[in-house]
Design a protein around this ligand. Sequence first.
Ligand code: GLU
Length: 282
Amino acid sequence: MVPFAPISTRFAPSPTGGLHLGHAYAAWIAHDRARAAGGRFLVRMEDIDQTRCRPAFDAAIIEDLAWLGIMSDGPVRRQSAHFDDYRAALARLEALGVLYPCFCTRSEIAQAVGAPQGPAGPLYPGTCRHLTAAARGRRLAGGQDHALRLDIAGARRIVGPALCWHDEKAGRQEARPEELGDVVLARKETPASYHLAVTVDDALQGITLVTRGVDLFPATHVHRLLQALLDLPVPDYAHHGLVMGEDGIRLAKRDRALTLAAMRAAGESPADLRRRLGLAPG
Ligand code: GLU
């Protein structure tokens, strides 16, 4: 007999605004999967970027979720309370020699000529990867602002070519972290990037099935590489479609009419929303 393996899923919004219909879809997918399997569902606030996140939005999200009938099975993890976990992961990556400081400004990167294209625009051309140790040392000693980037090629040399992950719909994937280039893992104002924090947290929270929008498919290749470097377990993935607005563009915070708060005020019920999203009655 196959032993029963309960699953753990999560919904991980950033408290930069209230939730909209697209978030409700993502939250229900994670929640429904856990409930159907008798597993565990957790909520995580991805509030690393303290310049954009607000406690008021955090509270609004919890209220939105409660209205949807969704509650975390354990304490809500707030990333801003766990910087030590991300610092420890960075220190491990540093010890492996796969991080380098990048002094380029955003506009220098945007204007870089001949930068390779990635799925979401130009990739970092690797300018600072080629700095000499002396030049690097001088800039660091001078206190120049910098980000920490992951040297993808160097990381590849450590973990080797055979790196796979599994998506429920798309099947077995050969990890292609090169697609996103040398991603940023930390900045001065945000000591852990999305990529680092999400990978560490999914492991620390024991998440076994990551459900999230298909727009994050390329990111999963990077997360798989980080899991290999940091010796973390590899969850299963289920990337789902995105909810589109009437203009055919994915929903965003600008679509005020489709925020859950607006729909609630307009008298819609969670059952109406589920119907609209094509989800079975909850
Ligand atoms: N905080 C991310 C978002 O709001 C979630 C990413 C994830 O589920 O991995 O899009």
